[in-house]
Design a protein around this ligand. Structure first.
Ligand code: ADP
Length: 261
């Protein structure tokens, strides 16, 4: 074995153009009668500058895949890497640092701090990391999500859509290697949801951001460059250049198959 292979931060030879990847990733909850195989040997790559949606019926393992790929949850076997870093080789301290420095998160609940202004919420991850925002990047991100006139507002003074835009800007501001969204439009009406999805797509197109989003909504998936489909913890299909109609048709096929099998 070479010295590089022992160093978890050494470049991975196959990493070029891949922001994150799982290989034979499995996650088992419980044991005996309560044993649930939430992920069953899932191998998937997320390319740099690509917007991927993860879809599938409720309980198929979407959130578990996202949490394991983002370093938020442990896994039972297989491997996960973000950029060139194998997550399984990191201790808690290094995993926390990797999440802080390399990963952005957008959740269904906006998770903003109520006592901070929009601007303070956006820059909070950098403040915690002891880093200063690059002023030009910050300006670009704020302009992109259309918050320039709202920076002094507290979350309670903003609509749901505006709060989620703050969360999108917060995820983008540290220029993470990858942003994970867990049903990021789940709490929004369709117009606000469309805006947030549009900003996520713009961040991929204009800023070369990599975004992975869990969703059950074919309309949301239609904003992505690619959809991967999970069923019973397995990766079963994928679709390039999805449209809501094609995604819906594919989902109906699964429903019919699972009813007739
Ligand atoms: P999805 O996001 O597609 O709805 P999840 O990833 O939340 O699916 O769940 C996948 C499977 O793992 C489901 O059968 C679920 O019940 C099970 N599961 C999820 N979290 C836990 C947990 N903490 N303990 C036990 N089982 C869990």
């Amino acid at each position: 074995m070479t010295a590089e292979a022992l160093d978890p931060l050494a470049p991975h030879p196959a990493a070029a153009g891949i922001a994150a990847a799982t290989t034979d990733l499995s996650k088992v909850y419980g044991s005996g009668d309560t044993r649930v195989v939430a992920l069953d040997r899932v191998s998937v790559s997320f390319r740099e500058g690509e917007f991927t949606a993860i879809m599938g019926p409720s309980g198929c393992g979407k959130s578990t895949l996202m949490h394991c790929a983002a370093g938020l949850d442990s896994f039972s076997s297989g491997s996960v890497r973000i950029g060139t870093t194998e997550l399984g080789s990191l201790d808690d301290r290094r995993l926390t640092a990797l999440r802080r420095d390399r990963v952005g998160f957008i959740f269904q609940a906006f998770n903003l701090l109520p006592t901070l202004s929009a601007l303070e919420n956006i820059t909070l991850p950098l403040t915690i990391a002891g880093r200063r925002p690059d002023p030009r990047w910050l300006e670009r991100v704020i302009a992109m999500v259309g918050l320039s006139g709202r920076l002094g507002h507290r979350p309670a003074q903003l609509s749901g859509g505006q709060q989620q835009r703050v969360a999108v800007a917060r995820a983008l501001v540290s220029r993470p290697a990858i942003i994970f969204g867990d049903e990021p439009t789940g709490n929004l009406d369709s117009r606000a949801g469309a805006e947030v999805l549009g900003f996520l797509r713009d961040s991929v197109r204009e800023l070369n951001q990599t975004v992975v989003m869990v969703t059950h909504d074919p309309v949301a998936a239609g904003y992505a460059d690619r959809v991967v489909f999970l069923a019973d913890g397995r990766l079963v299909d994928e679709m390039a250049q999805p449209t809501p109609e094609r995604v819906l048709d594919r989902m109906k096929e699964y429903d019919t198959r699972s009813r007739t099998s």
